[in-house]
Structure formats: C-alpha cells, structure tokens
Design a protein around this ligand. Structure first.
Ligand code: PAF
Length: 280
C-alpha cells in the first residue's frame, strides 16, 4: 500500500495520535529524500524498534552554507514514495520550508561539544546548528520514541544523540551501521554526482581508513596512521579536508591508548565531497 503523505505538523500529529490511541509505538527516520539502500536500512531498523515508522523528507535549507549545493541537492519524491511503499512505511512527513520554519520563528539550536570537534564543523560552520534545530523539531513534531540515523554521518549521529539528551527529548537515537557497496564504498545521495572513473577511484577513502585502522590495531600511533592515510589520498588526486582519529563518543582528540577510537575522513574528488568513517 502507498504511504500516506502529510505536509503539515497538524496532520502529522493527527496520524500519530491514532497510533498512540491503539498503543502502537513509532520510530522516525529523518531524511532529505533521494533515498538509497542506506536509507532503506534505516527504515528496516526502525521497524525492529517500533510498530510503525514515519519517514520525513525535508531538504533542510538551514544546514546548507551559502556556497553549498542546496539547489543541486537531488529530489525525487515519486521515487522515494515507491521505495517506502515497498517497505510497508505507512506515513511520510514532507513539509514545505514555510511549514517547518514559520516566518516569525525566533528560536534555533546552537551546539558545542561534538558539534565543534573540528571535523565537519570546520568546513561547514552552519551545518550542525541547522541539523540540530531541524532534528529537534522533527522529534517534537513526530513524538516518536525511536529515531534511526546512519553511522555514515558519524559526527551528525553524535550531535543528535547529545542534543536529544541535553534537551531531555524522550526518544532513543539509534546509530545504524553504514550500508556499503560490494567494493566498500559507503552509500550516499552524493555518490550520484561522481563520474564513472571517479566512482571507481572513490573506494580509496574506505581502503585508506581500513589500512589506518589495521596499523593502529598493530600498535601504530593514531596520528601517524591517519597522516599516512591523508598523504596517500592526496597522492591519488583527492583534496583532503581531514583524516582524523577521535574518541568514538566525544569526538575529542584521543589522549591515551585505551580510548575507543573512530577514524573519520572527508575529501573532495572532483566536484564531489565524500565522507566516511570506521571504528578501530
Ligand atoms: O542526514 C541527513 O539526511 C540530514 O542531515 C537530516 C538528519 C535528515 C537532517 O536534515
């Protein structure tokens, strides 16, 4: 059956009130649309955690910088609806920008902590305040008790977890393992911008991260392992924004050898910016 599409907070609330009256729990999967298998994985995980799943589709302008690709961002609502119908998703929330940000809005969220780790935030200064604001609104609007986010956007996941905790929003944020193509490439809506040859080159990011993780497991210092990964990507023609080893929870620079580590990378290949991360 086709999912019902609602475009206002009022109609979203009406739908979830019915579920609540029937004692059914629901999870939210926040997306910006252009859904790929990675999103479908989030939906399936949502159904593991709750009786119903609502998927939001909203290309959030406040998380795009002036020079970023808001107008270029892929949109395919018809295709998205079809994919979600195949997964048995009953409800899609697809608000307009006006509905999400009413003209008189005077409130937004500013975050420190994981949002100021010197990773994505260094290159996209508006990004996490925009994400935290829209995700907080989606959590409150949907009244879901579970939310699914991909590990792929690891800093985003840590930011959203922290925001929900700090604001005491009664929701559990789940991180879902990155969905990868057979060659290891992390799935992303932006992969469609890659030319054929860039696409085959792009797996080097994942490969360099796994090599660095192996070296660290074998006793190499994390900073030298990530520096080597960055150098090898540069040699292959990437413009590297960062390759970093960070504490897996706080995203702070590690200070001892017993901390859980996450390796994170962002690099440009031609006109496309790619990110990936793995645990050590
Ligand atoms: O990861 C995304 O697609 C977006 O940042 C999100 C979480 C839907 C917020 O707009």
């Amino acid at each position: 059956m086709k999912p019902k599409i609602v475009r206002t907070v009022e109609s979203l609330r009406r739908e979830v009130a019915r579920w609540k009256a029937d004692n059914l729990s629901h999870a939210i999967v926040p997306t910006m649309g252009a859904l790929h298998d990675g999103h479908i994985q989030l939906v399936r995980e949502g159904f593991q955690q709750a009786d119903r799943v609502v998927v939001s589709i909203f290309v959030n302008p406040t998380q795009f910088g002036l020079k970023e690709d808001l107008s270029r961002y892929p949109r395919d609502e018809e295709g998205d609806v079809e994919k979600l119908a195949a997964e048995g998703v009953p409800l899609i929330f697809a608000p307009t920008v006006e509905e999400m940000y009413n003209l008189n809005a005077a409130t937004s969220i500013h975050m420190e902590g994981p949002a100021k780790a010197g990773l994505e935030d260094k290159f996209r200064p508006h990004f996490f305040d925009g994400v935290a604001t829209v995700v907080a609104k989606l959590f409150i609007q949907s009244q879901a008790t579970a939310a699914m986010f991909g590990d792929k956007d690891y800093q985003q996941l840590m930011v959203v977890k922290r925001m929900a905790k700090d604001l005491s929003i009664p929701i559990t944020v789940f991180g879902v393992p990155t969905h990868r193509e057979d060659d290891g490439m992390a799935m992303s809506s932006r992969n469609r911008y890659l030319t054929k040859s860039e696409r085959s080159q792009a797996t080097a990011i994942y490969k360099s991260l796994t090599q660095a993780a192996d070296k660290i497991r074998n006793g190499k210092n994390p900073q030298s392992a990530t520096r080597a990964a960055s150098r090898s990507l540069t040699t292959l023609g990437f413009k590297v924004d960062y390759v970093a080893a960070r504490n897996a929870e706080t995203l702070a620079v590690p200070t001892n050898t017993t901390e859980p580590l996450r390796l994170l990378a962002a690099a440009w290949l031609g006109k496309t910016r790619l990110i990936d991360n793995i645990s050590v």
